[in-house]
Design a protein around this ligand. Structure first.
Ligand code: UFG
Length: 317
């Protein structure tokens, strides 16, 4: 199959590119490299270094393509609060352009990167796909708007589509060409920050007074290799005229303190930390119910937190 990977120069997208190529697919990448890195894209893929807002570039990247993995997005919760317009433009209008060009080019298969941020503060843990969607920031709201847009596109024009709602993605892939690693700037995610912490730059723990067993927030971490494995299954499983929404996590949770302890085991040394105030917009606990992923995609995660931490660590050495 020939697959267009939008956002294929980013952390998760470039991992998808490498795994698609390893499975024998051919790959086009559309990425303006505003946050991703051209050097992260496997040289066997064709890179179109253009914005998703450029419809001509999108049409060019879609030539000869059978399916699209759509990762391209603005994805920082805090930034989405201070600069919401770029979230609506890139995430919603960018996807609108992609869907229009896919229709013109008769490309009728799509897997979209949605997010647990569409749920906001959940009423129940673990979170099923039937949970009410009430996003608490423009990032989650923009992704939810895209989910609605894809549902209508699917019903009206027969698009075969699956949205995968990610919980916390971590770890790294060691592909034939080297490590596909997380290279965000600024880095806001817990595991990369834990691994980079030092005496002069201790890890800030955002709150120790949450209503959890040890007072720190609990999240559901899934290895990026398992996550992309689910995308490859979703490419096959998507049915014409249907848009399925499926959570991707591990089905279990770790507190911030437990993640720090895992990193201390992997690194064999103490991680310097300092207690900081709560970060705005953080819910106390997010854990996915992954029953639907296991049934619909015949998928279950295989790599645990220790593997995520050690792969993330090895990828930055
Ligand atoms: N945390 C710290 N210190 C840090 C970084 C994070 O204590 O330096 C804490 C956070 O407060 C949170 C947990 O570690 O409790 C995980 O934080 P991340 O920033 O790694 O991940 P989030 O859960 O905030 O965000 C992830 C994705 C978002 C997505 C969200 C869905 O990165 O894109 O899950 O809820 F929107």
């Amino acid at each position: 199959m020939k697959v267009l990977v939008t956002g294929g120069a980013g952390y998760i997208g470039s991992t998808a590119v490498a795994m698609l190529l390893e499975q024998g697919h051919s790959v086009n990448v559309l990425d303006d490299c505003s946050t991703g890195h051209a050097s992260s894209v496997d040289a066997r893929a064709d890179l179109f270094q253009e914005s998703i807002l450029n419809s001509q570039a999108v049409a060019g990247a879609l030539q000869g393509v059978d399916a699209v993995l759509h990762f391209c997005a603005k994805s920082l919760v805090g930034e989405s609060v201070t600069k919401p317009e770029i979230y609506w433009e890139t995430n919603v209008y960018g996807t609108r352009i992609l869907l229009d060009e896919m229709k013109k080019a008769n490309v009728a298969r799509l897997v979209f990167s949605s997010t647990a941020a569409t749920y906001g503060e959940p009423r129940e843990i673990p979170i099923t796909e039937n949970e009410i969607t009430h996003p608490t920031n423009p990032y989650g709201a923009s992704k939810l708007a895209v989910d609605y847009m894809i549902t209508s596109q699917s019903r009206a024009y027969g698009l075969a589509a699956i949205s995968l709602r990610y919980f916390n993605v971590a770890g790294a892939l060691r592909s034939k060409t080297g490590w596909q690693t997380e290279r965000h700037n600024p880095e806001t995610h817990l595991i990369p920050n834990v691994l980079r912490a030092s005496e002069s730059n201790p890890l800030k723990i955002f709150g120790v007074d949450w209503p959890t067993k040890d007072g720190t927030c609990i999240r559901d971490y899934v290895h990026v290799v398992d996550l992309i494995g689910a995308h490859l299954s979703a490419l096959e499983a998507a049915q014409p005229g249907t848009h399925e929404i499926i959570n991707l996590g591990s089905g279990g949770g770790y507190s911030v303190n437990e993640v720090i302890a895992a990193a201390e085991r992997v690194l064999g040394r103490k991680i310097p930390t300092e207690i900081s105030s709560r970060r705005a917009g953080d819910p106390a606990i997010l854990i996915a119910d992954i029953t639907k992923a296991s049934k619909y995609l015949t998928w279950s995660p295989t790599l645990d937190l220790n593997q995520m931490v050690s792969d993330a660590w090895n990828s930055i050495q």
